[in-house]
Structures are given as C-alpha cells and as structure tokens.
Design a protein. Structure first.
Length: 606
C-alpha cells in the first residue's frame, strides 16, 4: 500500500471519527422485524477485524443499545452477545483470523446468548428457531455490507482508488452498501412514524438516495439503490413489501433522466412514485405524497459539486470511459509539470545574465505561463454528462475605418479577434513615421503581440517581450504605440493597456468619457512599466479606439471635446457607421492641412 501523506490523513481523520461515532450509535439502535438487534454484533465484528484501534467505538455502540433499556424490546440477549463479541475480538490478532471465521464465531455467540437469556428469564417458549435463523442471516449480510461500506469510504477519503478498493468490489456493491447504511442510520434515529401521520424519515431518506443514485449513475444505480433502501424500510418499519415496487419505479425514472436537468429528473421521479402509490386497487402500494415530494425538493437543493464528486468517485470504481479519461488527464498533467519546471529554470538562468535586453528570459517565462494555463484548463475539463461551463453573457461587434496619407498606405496597424470563448482582444498600433516603414513597425508590434496573447502569454509579459524585440533592432530605431483592449465576455469587464497611445473613448447612453494614460511607446526604453485601467461594461456601451491622427485633427482642442461631441451626436448603433462618421469628421477638421494616418476601431457591447 502506498504511503498516504500526513496532510491527507489529518484532513479526513476528524470527519471520519465523527462519522463513525454517529454511525455506531445510530446503527446499534436499529430494530429489525420489531424483534432483533443484529446491527451491533455485525458492526463490532467488522470493526475489530479491520483494526483494534476501533475499540473507541464500543462506547457509542453500547450507548445506542441501552437507549432501549426501559422499553418493551427483549434486547438483553443481543446486548450480551455484543459485549462478549467485543471482548473476544479485541483479544484476538486483527488479521490472523479471517472475517468469515469471525462471522461464524459471532453467530455462535449471538445464538448462545439469546438461548441462555430466554432460559434464564423462564421464557423458553419464546425461543423461536426461525427468528434465530433470520437473525443469523441478517448478521452475515450486514457484516458483508458494512465491510464493503468501510472499504469504499476509506478509498473515497484518500482518493487512492486503484489500491484501496479491492478488485472484487464493483460499483453495484458500493451502491448497495451505501444505500443500506444510509437508511439504517435514519431508522436508528427513531424519528419516524407510520401510524400517526407524521413524515416517515426512512421513506424520505430511501427515496432521496434512490433518486440521487439514479440521477448520477443511471438506471442500474437507481434500481440497485431502490431495492436496497426499500428492503431496509420493510425490515425496519411496518411498511408492506409491495412498497419495493414504488422505489424501483422511482429509481428507474431517475435513471432515465440522468443527463437532463435535476428539476426534470426530480419531477419525473415524484410522478412515478405517486402514480404507483395512489393506485386504489392495491392499498399496500400506498406511499403518502409528501415523502416523494420532499425527497425531490432536497435533491434539487443539493450543491452541484456534490453530484459531480459522486459521479467522479463511481467512475473510478466502475473503471468506465470517464475513469480512463481522468487517468489520461493525470498523465498529461504530470508531463506539463515537468515542462513547467524546465521553462522556469531556463527563465531564471537567462534572467540572471548581465544583459538588460533579456528577451530570452521573457520568452521562457511566457512559456511557463502558457504551460500553467494549460494545466488549469485540463484540470477544469468536465465529462460531457456533468454540468456545463459558464457561457459568455456579452457579445462584441467590432468594425473599423482607416485613412492612409502616403499613397494609401497607413502606418497604423490593428487586429481584433476572439482570444478564447470568454475573451475578446482589440489591438491598435501607430508606427513612428509614415508609409510602408511605419506600417512595418506597427505591423511587427501588432502581429507579434497578438500571437503571444493568443498563445496564452500574460498581457504584461507579452508587451515586455515585444518591447525587447524592438530594442534588439540595432540598425534602426523602431517605436510603436500600443492601444490594447481586453474584453471579458463573461464578467463584462474591460482592461485597457495604453503604451504611448491616444485616448480611448467610451460612450454610455448620451455620455462620452475619454480614457488617457501617459506612457512611452514600445521600443524606447528597457524595463517598461505597464499598467492598465479597469472599466465595468454594460450592454449598449461603445468603445472607440483611435490613432494619433484622429486626435491631431484639431490641435487647438487639447481636451478633445470635439471628438467627444462628434461621438455623442452619433445615433447609430452600428460599429461600421460609427467608425466611418468619426473618420469623416476628422478629415473635415483637418481642412487643407496635411493629414496624418487615421484609424478608428469601434466595439459595441451587446
């Protein structure tokens, strides 16, 4: 068995102890067939076989039994058997005696104690051979169920499913064991009644676990859980055996709707149970309408993460396609971990070199970020049958208009596209100079920067990388402004990065605001300081990004109120129309003066 880390042990130990104490107390209070108490002997047999350290659970088990001290139940024979089995098994070696042998010893002790008790109490006439046989069979079944349940819970606690779940234990056994223990614990509370008209907790609990397993694991899971829970309800309460049909029908209905919304599955589950329970020709099928409705309501309120966790656990137990998908994911993550450590080491190596133009360090650091991001995306991959991921709440419509002063060639370059399903990028760069030379400078900045961001580089790291690329062009000085808008389509947030760029205008209703930020263009200094502005977007907002040529159309208006007014009076919501009108207004403002390259990009949030 592989070693389990101390942190994992500490994280589950307290919860395990509390859970086992509650289980031990409640399960020992279960009365089967209104006559026998088989759970205590079965539980102590399994616990002492697994570890002598479980001896602390004798106290809550004993307290559970003695709650019937002044009742009409003749439980003294079973109590004596419980005490004797606890003493005998605590003195035996934990693993030298097999569980099957211990089971036979427990049966001999129970039957002997009951016989002695009835003879000593002069009630030999009440010693029923059939009852003794039934109790013996129940003890054997419960020993098997409890042992499987504890195997499963131990594996689920530590997560090592390959080694801790025995090969012979499949999903069906796990479902039956969990369902049985769950309903027995509810029956052990004693907070139920059939005759007084109050809610029957065993029925509610049994229906709930049938619905959960049916919805999470399909028709087979629902049928197994329905059969196990209904048998416990029949043996521990006064419900007739025919109620099993109601549970099976509910489990079948829940399994059919396993891939649909929980509300749909819950409604159909309730409908199936009520339809059978209300057949007047068969009154033994009757189930009060409150129980199925309450079970369905609880199912709808259960957190999604619980359903997802249950599916993942049983996928590993069943070793189905979802299990192998998770195994492959784990292998890929291990490879990515190795790559991540390699990139980080290379980044540190080049980063310590005496070269202020450490572009190589930026590149390796960027690759480390890409690998880390890929790891997170792989971890978040969900099985097709589980809950869908968040969908974008906003849409972005973008268009542009441009004017080139030198033979129709503009020194401005731009790109806008979806970086991912949740993020949209708009990038505008103004190269220093005019014509093809300026276009080449800005084009290099735009293409490289957008490629890096699309590859997964952090925006700040991508900007630093492009800045160092421009610095390395020793044969000529290359400067470029950068105006970058990153739009989060899920959260409705805008991040504006402005590196020597002109103002960006945001229109909301009839109000227009100018966003400015002082910074040097790319390619001038090393150690570039990068900052950004956050803006909360609303549907209908317009983001207008312009190059310097637009702002220079009216140099006397330093506050650029003419642009804000031009944007404010535009009534169109079409981004192409808005961009064209702003460029036309700028050309008109230039008059007969020589015009600079002009570009307008408009994004409308919907």
């Amino acid at each position: 068995m592989e070693a389990i880390s101390q942190r994992e042990k500490d994280s589950v130990s307290l919860a395990q102890i509390a859970g086992m104490v509650a289980l031990s107390f409640l399960i020992c209070r279960v009365v089967v067939l209104n006559t026998v108490f088989p759970c205590g002997v079965a539980l102590i047999t399994v616990l002492m076989y697994r570890s002598k350290l479980n001896i602390y659970l004798l106290l809550p088990m004993f307290l559970g039994l003695i709650t019937y001290l002044n009742s009409n139940y003749l439980f003294y024979g079973d109590m004596a058997a419980f005490i004797i089995t606890g003493i005998v098994f605590s003195m035996m070696n934990s693993k030298k005696t097999e569980l099957s042998v211990r089971s036979c010893m427990a049966l001999l002790i129970v039957n002997a104690c009951n016989a002695i008790y009835y003879i000593a109490a002069k009630m030999f006439y009440r010693l029923d051979i059939v009852t003794m046989i039934i109790e013996s069979l129940l003890i054997l079944i419960l020993i098997y169920i409890i042992n499987n349940f504890l195997d499963f819970m131990k594996a689920a606690s530590y997560g090592d499913y390959k080694r801790k779940i025995r090969s012979e234990m499949g999903a069906e056994k796990a479902i039956a064991s969990i369902s049985t223990i769950f309903v027995l614990m509810i029956c052990g509370t004693g907070l139920w009644s059939v005759n007084t008209g109050a809610f029957s907790l065993p029925i509610i609990g049994g229906l709930l676990i049938t619905l959960i397993f049916g919805y999470c694991l399909g028709i087979s899971g629902g049928l197994i859980a329905g059969a196990a829970t209904s048998m416990c309800v029949i043996l521990c309460t006064s419900y007739p055996p025919a109620v099993t049909l109601v549970f099976l029908a509910g489990g079948f209905a829940a399994g059919i709707f396993t891939d649909d919304h929980r509300i749909v599955a819950a409604v159909c589950f309730s409908g199936s149970c009520l339809a059978l329970g209300m057949i007047t020709l068969y009154p033994e099928l009757f189930v009060p309408p409150y129980e199925p409705l309450l079970a369905s309501a609880v199912m709808v309120l259960i957190p999604k993460r619980f359903v997802l966790a249950l599916r993942k656990v049983f996928s590993k137990v069943k070793r189905d396609h979802a299990y192998y998908e998770m195994e492959t994911k784990a292998q890929v993550l291990n490879v990515l971990d190795e790559q991540l450590r390699t990139f980080e080491r290379l980044s540190n190596l080049y980063g310590n070199a005496r070269n202020n133009r450490n572009i190589i360090a930026y590149q390796f650091n960027g690759m480390a970020q890409v690998t880390e991001k890929l790891k997170q995306e792989i971890k978040e991959i969900k099985h097709p049958a589980v809950w869908a991921e968040a969908k974008p709440k906003f849409d972005v419509r973008v268009a542009h208009s441009a004017y080139g002063r030198s033979g129709g060639v503009s020194g401005d370059s731009f790109q806008y596209k979806e970086i991912s399903e949740s993020e949209y990028a708009i990038l505008l760069s103004d190269g220093m100079g005019k014509g093809s030379a300026a276009a080449g400078e800005s084009g290099l900045a735009v293409t490289t920067l957008m490629d890096l961001i699309s590859a997964g580089f952090d925006v700040k790291l991508a900007l630093k990388t492009v800045n160092n690329i421009l610095l390395l062009q020793d044969e000529s000085e290359i400067f470029s402004t950068v105006d970058l808008a990153m739009i989060d389509k899920i959260g409705g947030k805008l991040r504006l990065f402005k590196i020597g760029a002109a103002a960006t205008f945001i229109k909301r209703g009839d109000k227009v605001a100018a966003v400015k930020m002082a910074a040097l263009p790319l390619g001038i200094v090393d150690g570039l300081h990068i900052d950004f502005i956050n803006v909360r977007l609303r549907p209908g907002d317009q983001i207008i990004m312009v190059s310097d040529g637009i702002c220079d159309a009216n140099r006397e208006d330093l506050e650029m109120t003419w642009i804000q007014e031009a944007i404010r009076v535009i009534k169109s919501k079409d981004p192409q129309t808005i961009s064209d009108l702003i460029v036309n207004k700028a050309v008109e403002s230039y008059g007969i003066r020589e015009k600079d390259d002009m570009t307008v990009i408009t994004a409308v949030i919907q």
